[in-house]
Design a protein around this ligand. Sequence first.
Ligand code: MN
Length: 718
Amino acid sequence: MENIVLEAKKNLIEAVKATNPKADLEKIEEAVSFAYKAHSKQLRASGEPYILHPIAVAKILTELKLDSTSIITALLHDTVEDTEITLNDIKKSFGKEVAQLVDGVTKLDKIEYQPENIKQAENFRKLLLAISIDIRVLLVKLADRIHNMRTINHIQNEKKKHRLAHETMEIYAPLAERIGVHTFKNELQDLSLEILHPEARNSILTRLEFLRDSSGNIISSIEKEIKTELKKHNIKADVSGREKTTSSIWYKMQQKDVTFEQITDIVAFRIIVDEMLECYRALGVIHSKYHTVSDGFKDYISTPKINGYQSIHTLIMGPGNRCIEIQIRTKKMHEIAEFGVAAHWAYKQGVTKGTQNAQIDWIRRLISILETTQSPEEFLENTKLEMYYDQVFCFSPKGEIIPLPKFATPIDFAFAIHSDLGLSCIGAKVNGKLVPLRTHLNNGDQVEILTSKVPVPSTSWESFVVTGKAKAEIRKFIRARQVNEYITLGRALLSKSFSKAGKNYDDKLLEPLLTPLKKQSVTEILSSIGEGSLSRNEVIKVFDKISEVKKPRFSLSKLSPKKLFSSKDTYSMPINGMMPGVALHFAGCCNPIPGDEILGVVNTGKGITIHTSICNTSKTFSNTPERLITVSWDGQSGELFAAKLKIIISNEVGSLADMTHAIAKTSANISSIKTISKSLDFSEILIDVEVKNTNHLNDVLVAVRMVSCVHTVERVRG
Ligand code: MN
């Protein structure tokens, strides 16, 4: 190794020793050598050996006192993406956990943020959080970004520099804030501000300098003053004053739309003591020495923020009538305030070994903390991590991020983009591959919707879509279609009765019936008939009454109901073109398939049900012939229909397999197999097969009969 690399490695090992005495130094050194070999041919933009980057990232993470696994992950984080090394190689040398974390970081790297889409920044942050199931993945990614931002000036391409800085400001700094790692947030903000708004940053720096010059070095003088005062009262404390960072001043000016002069707490002091009670004693000392500013006092020790943040904040009037914020807390409170989630992690490490289970527990507990966070004041903001585990974020072909609930399907995705896209969806490609429409989408999936020119939603979609929008749109479409089909059906039923009586039907003939039937329109009459809520009998009676006045010789009801509604006539209404499940249903008792002689039964409020004409259920309607309608299969739709077969088969080894094989050869689909009874020698089996028509079914029956172990086979109907 070059000297510069050896030096960096030595610094890293020292930092690890200082922050984590239990660290596995041997394994960490092994990871340095492993990464060194892997990156040996690469250089950074600065011309330095590439290995200095992962070492620097690991070193940044030591500030958070993370475990050895995180440090090793940091050292290896670019190997899978940039070198020949595979995840398997890492698993072999460093174990499953490290391999999983490296995989997580690699996945995050692959997702690219589109800077022109600022509205999507929040979705993008959620996507990153959702993918980083282990928070350490995100911490490595943030440290990686810090080092890349620290060395950004080696990049010559101005556009690329801006893109990186923009992404850092929009995505990574807020993410660091969200998980409470304030040190990371501050540095990321400052580094990106330097690239994006150098003038603003310079002018803030100048103003700060001017303030310092005009009021003297107030920081060190107040620091001294506070220290002396606390000492007088026997309180042992670390006192440190600092100016707000340029970026936090800039953000405050942006967000709250205030001027530099309006920012009251440009200078802040922190008093860190050993014990909780000392915090209150120190507060007493401060309040007796300085005037307080009203509304400036907050006690987060007695009422901690839900994420665990504890501290006392008070605003006092300092020298030169300048507002100064003072925060008082213990050392432990300070660690949690600075390192957030990572401090919880380090603390947890001290208590139990970093076993898989302990980590899962820890993440669960973290989630439960985050779930209950409500106030936007809190450092986890108004976001709930739980939300990200309940959501998936998918990409449209244009790179737009579509947030969806968990278990969302391509149909939900299509409706989320546009109702028309959802209604005309006939297929979907996920990451370039055709998938069934009921597939559950995963984070980061790229989804492409295939469409037809006419809307074709299926009634079955309703059972598996999860978004309210998709459900509502499908229902709306089906309801509209239902009304249309009811109208068609009603018209067909009525014209049939009219033609029986030797009269040509026309919609206009119904107009005089509106008032007596209390309907708003002719189509309403027709749809009521189709739906079955208005009987043809009643319509015809009313019709006769009205026509008798005009043309006494014409009467429909002269014919007996048997003749008027007879199902044995030549007129039949074609049922293809109607959507099963809308106004038309196939009876489950006899499972009609194309080729069967069928008839329709008008059900009150449900449209018609198609039975085979030999079905026992349909026979029970012979007393109410007005509810029967002759229907016919018309043409081939290519759809498959279920037919039930009862098969008695001898109990031999492989008999079931022989039979299903025979069915498969006829290209029929078996949708269910049930054993009804089993004796010593024979089994009785019910099989649902999906076939095109009766011819196809006959092929199936013949094929099954050819199987030697099959005793009998018959179709079950009704
Ligand atoms: Mn990197």
